[in-house]
Design a protein around this ligand. Structure first.
Ligand code: ADP
Length: 464
């Protein structure tokens, strides 16, 4: 006592009992001491040490006859540290409980030996059960689980107990009010020192809102998919209709055009002399215009035919395709002293031969048409393979295309020049785009004005 409290024995002998106590307890201890005689006592108090620090003590005392005198012996245990620890623990428990409450997270502890289940505060809130009521596990599962989920819960508990599958499931519970909630339940086996499972401890979390939101998203997605499918079907139908419309129009226009062309040619030939200068000029305009119109109709027919054609996918050596195109255009290319370079060996790809031929024929035609007159045309073709796709680069050193037209030129009838400058119909690149799309690929262009253009054709390996 002397060592722990710091008093000397003289000091202690001159002190009275209340001197050991803080002001707030002095009256009470005097009161207690007066009534203690004849009783054993255990109680918690505070003492002041010599250095004025306060300690919490557990006092046990009882009467004693000491050397012939009535006395009382007290055993004092300093429990300051233990008290502090308990308070800390209490605080931690309170915040843990608060956190669980805020997260709607309950904790369950199932004693596998007694079958008793010990729920945390939040479990009672979550399940709407009377606070403190004790349950055995099978009864608890049967009481709270949605009838349609009981078997599922039991099966999963069983798998967890047999250590086959960790317990982590979403299921429904029913509160006494009839309200249905979705919970996520997870649990782990706790083993004793021999390795035998003795408890199953786990958490239960209210996920009703989350579940509702994801159900909502699922529903929305489904209606969205339905709507997209509906719209796509409508678009496909409209496209088909447009295609057959333009096909029959261009087809039906051919006959009268041929008549105009034929008769105007006869007129121009046989009756040229009987016309005056102005008449001869008009006649030439008619012939020229009908040639252009025939080109337009042929291009249109070709464009709309593309959509009606069945695709025939098989291995196609790109090299052969481009070599054929090279020889098709050989005469023209030689005439203008142009180069047609296949930079690296082109691969064999899964594609449709006539679509591929169409794509590169049109690109070659354009490179020839839109070349610079003061420069020999040079066409370079190369290919790289990237992530299972082929990127074919088709570049020329022609007049170039202003950036604001890089996308537009792939639209039908979109032209940047008048017919006098460069003859054309504005259908060539639309046809390229259509053919590439039919091969599930993509096409785009980059260009520098006065330097040249590069057309990129990206072809995915079609899934067969
Ligand atoms: P067309 O050549 O019959 O006019 P296209 O659809 O083939 O129709 O091309 C659309 C427009 O894109 C052309 O009018 C031209 O202005 C531009 N263009 C196409 N290819 C090239 C090219 N290689 N270099 C420069 N401009 C081009």
């Amino acid at each position: 006592f002397l060592r722990h409290y710091g008093y000397s024995s003289e000091e202690v002998l001159s002190m009275h009992l209340p001197d050991l106590y803080p002001e707030r307890e002095k009256v009470a201890i005097v009161e207690l001491a007066r009534n203690l005689k004849g009783h054993a006592y255990v109680g918690e108090w505070h003492h002041i040490k010599k250095d004025d620090t306060e300690i919490t003590v557990l006092v046990t005392s009882h009467d004693l006859v000491y050397i012939g005198r009535n006395a009382r012996i007290a055993v004092i245990t300093d429990i300051t540290e233990r008290k502090k620890g308990e308070e800390e623990l209490l605080k931690t428990n309170i915040s843990l409980e608060k956190a669980q409450k805020m997260a709607h997270l309950g904790f369950l502890d199932w004693d596998l030996i007694t079958n008793e289940i010990i729920p945390s505060e939040e479990i009672y809130n979550l399940y709407g059960l009377p606070k403190g009521k004790k349950y055995e596990t099978p009864e608890f599962v049967a009481t709270v689980t949605h009838p349609e989920d009981v078997t599922f819960v039991r099966e999963n508990l069983d798998l967890a107990l047999k250590n086959i599958k960790p317990y982590n499931i979403d299921h429904r519970i029913v509160r006494p009010t009839g309200e249905i909630l979705w919970v996520n339940a997870q649990a782990e086996l706790v083993r004793n020192s021999l390795g035998n499972p003795v408890r199953l401890q786990g958490t239960v979390m209210d996920i009703t809102e989350r579940k509702k939101a994801s159900e909502e998203i699922k529903k929305l997605n489904q209606t969205l998919e339905e709507r997209v499918a509906e719209r796509t079907a409508q678009l496909v139908a409209i496209n088909k209709e447009l295609e057959s419309f333009s096909y029959s129009i261009s087809h039906d226009l051919r006959a009268p055009l041929r008549a105009i062309f034929g008769f105007s040619q006869i007129l121009a030939r046989r009756h040229r002399e009987s016309l005056n200068e102005e008449g001869r000029q008009y006649m030439d305009y008619i012939v020229e215009a009908s040639v252009r119109m025939e080109q337009l109709i042929n291009d249109l027919l070709n464009y709309s035919r593309l959509g009606r054609k069945s695709i025939n996918i098989r291995p196609v050596p790109l090299n052969d395709i481009l070599e054929t195109i090279h020889s098709d255009f050989k005469q023209k290319l030689d005439e203008i002293k142009a180069q047609f370079n296949i930079i690296n060996a082109l691969p064999v790809i899964q594609g449709d031969e006539s679509l591929l031929r169409q794509i590169f024929t049109n690109l070659t035609e354009n490179a020839i048409t839109y070349r610079r007159t003061n420069e020999h045309l040079e066409i370079n073709i190369s290919c790289e393979q990237k992530n299972g796709a082929y990127l074919i680069k088709f570049s020329d050193n022609g007049i170039g295309i202003p950036e604001e037209y890089w996308e537009k030129i792939f639209n039908i009838f979109q032209r940047l020049h008048s017919d006098d400058q460069y003859p054309g119909t504005g259908i060539g690149l639309a046809t390229v785009k259509k053919a590439v799309t039919m091969l599930s690929g993509s096409v785009w262009v980059t260009s520098i004005i006065g330097k040249g253009s590069t057309f990129y054709v990206n072809l995915q390996e079609p899934k067969l």
